[in-house]
Design a protein around this ligand. Sequence first.
Ligand SMILES: [Zn+2]
Ligand SMILES: [Zn+2]
Length: 328
Amino acid sequence: MEELRKDPTRGRWVLVRPRAKLGPDGACPYCPGAESATTEIAAYRNDGSTPNGAGWTVRVVPASDPYFRIEHELIREGVGMFDMITPRGAGELIVESPRHDDTLASMEPGQIEAVLWMYRDRLLDLKKDGQIRDILISRHHKKPGVSPHHPYSRITAIPIVFDETRRELREAREYYQYKRRCLYCDMLRQELAAEERVVKLSSAFVVLVPYAARAPLETWILPRQHGCSYEETLTPETAPDLARLLSQYFRTLAKSFGDPGYELILHNAPNLRSRILQGEWATIRDDYHWHLEVIVHPERANRVGGIFVNERPPEASAAELRQAWEGP
Ligand SMILES: [Zn+2]
Ligand SMILES: [Zn+2]
């Protein structure tokens, strides 16, 4: 039995499922030469190489034992006063490099750019499915309790909107209803004028430590041009720029901050094709602004009740990052 159950007291979804069966520890299934261990969903390949063989630069495969599966039939059901949905969706891994020991700090910007294009390709493809409402792309480095593994980003596509996304969308919409301006565009204007939390500025992006950073070194990367969805706004001009910034940022973390663990998350508009919620998203193209968020050592985030406690002022973190920045 696998189902999403809603806690009506908090409006929060919980996935109830049996414990995952762990595969045998052995050779890496994502290294070149092991392609037959997985079924390729997509790949960027050198000319002439064939699917499920060597010769790829970025490769997408199904996650092993995914939380959400495309094979499930989508069922929404009331159970007395409760709500249940079957976990129809998708779990995929974007294998970012053929090299097992690569990290975002060691990859060349060109390789990171290929990964960014693959994010776009997968979002476009998965969003064709109207039953998929939201897609999370996340990327961990040195997750506690997880042994080092081949570099990959994780895609989780689900039939509901993630709680975190919904909270963000609601705030953005309320701000827009009141001011008729994008919350994020306004924030960028103010941060660029104040400068103290800005880490790096490029032609298309701003790297900053947010005003209310939850943890030391929390960093957001926002496109300067307004756009609600990543896959519609990544262009041949902006992609290399973003790849270069990410490369410099992660090199900075690796070199000057002890190569800490982190979590990178793409904050993006949900699937605007999924019909049921369309009315709710009437102004989303104007009110929401996609961006990337990085939390360093997410497991160390300090909280009392729901309130984060950050013992490093965001302005100090921004100054440290600026000073240590690896790149022009
Ligand atoms: Zn490997
Ligand atoms: Zn905006």
